[in-house]
Design a protein around this ligand. Structure first.
Ligand code: ATR
Length: 276
């Protein structure tokens, strides 16, 4: 029987996941489809029961249901337990529904080869930063520095991680030369938000990697600034595509083409896709 997958969220019409997964399903000859489902805020439980009843093989979960879905699942993998948020549900062979979080590991995979001794600066201490920081720690990257406008929130995250240190944005800016990888997780630079930089890059290390998880626009002010220093930059499509690729592999047992997908989305969206 033809399998089907879904993404649930509210709003959902802007999601790039359906076209990404449909492309991969065709490329990998998997007889399945992937559909976006808009779920009303107070209908999550019914929606999950319906997905189960209708035999959905697995689904992605996006804002605002990543935390709220947990009680409706049979099991939650360690990747999601630590941060209390699920973005991927997998139906097992014995019909159990298991929650995973592929956002953090997807982000790490988007960086390419990075070494455990690298000093990593995470800018921001919200939900996205938390997911990435936990995944980095789990993967053995412990030289973590969290810089946040409200430094107290960075301290809370460091305590929770039992690794790394918390600093102000100002300290991060003045000690930037120490960092091999810089990860921007705040909404700064996102369309309709303040277009300023979270920190200046004057002290950027040669050969640093600068990654921004914002992908609308594709070239954020931070990425644009980093390009002036000739360092490797990674836009937010990297994380989007790699979290999707992990979900695809959990569902279908095969790894889809990530580089081709990033290029496909760049071609499709153009340099800025602020109108979507
Ligand atoms: P998400 O789940 O997307 O990470 P969030 O939990 O609301 O979103 O977190 C947003 C992060 O962006 C926070 O670290 C926030 O800093 P504060 O803790 O000081 O609020 C950061 N942020 C948002 N707007 C910012 C701005 N204008 N300048 C600097 N940091 C900002």
């Amino acid at each position: 029987m033809k399998k089907w997958f879904a993404v649930i969220g509210n709003p959902i019409s802007h999601s790039l996941s359906p076209e990404m997964h449909e492309t991969w399903l065709k490329q990998m000859n998997v007889d399945a489809t992937y559909i976006p489902i808009h779920v009303e805020l107070d209908h999550l439980e019914q929606a999950v029961e319906s997905l189960k009843l209708l035999g959905c093989s697995g689904w992605n979960v996006t804002v605002p249901f990543k935390e709220a879905i947990i009680p409706y699942l049979d099991e939650v993998d360690d990747s999601a337990k630590g941060i209390g948020a699920v973005n991927t549900v997998v139906k097992t062979l014995d019909n159990k529904y298991v929650g995973y979080n592929t956002d953090g590991l997807g982000f790490i995979n988007s960086l390419g080869r990075i070494l455990p001794e690298y000093n990593i600066l995470i800018i921001g201490a919200g939900g996205a930063a938390r997911g990435i920081a936990h995944a980095l720690k789990t993967q053995g990257f412990t030289h973590l520095t969290i810089a946040n406008r409200t430094v107290e929130k960075a301290r809370v995250l460091v305590e929770e991680l039992k690794a790394g240190q918390a600093v102000t944005l100002e300290v991060a800016e003045n000690t930037l030369i120490k960092f091999d990888v810089i990860v921007q997780t705040t909404p700064l630079g996102m369309k309709n938000s303040d277009a300023s930089l979270p920190i200046q890059l004057h002290q950027l290390k040669e050969n640093a990697i600068v990654a921004d998880i914002v992908y609308n626009p594709l070239v954020t002010p931070l990425i644009e600034e980093a390009k002036k220093y000739n360092v490797r930059t990674i836009n937010g499509l990297g994380m989007l595509v790699h979290q999707g690729a992990l979900a695809f592999s959990y569902w279908n047992g095969v790894n889809p083409d990530t580089d081709g997908m990033i290029q496909q989305l760049i071609d499709q969206l153009g340099g800025n896709y602020v109108n979507r």
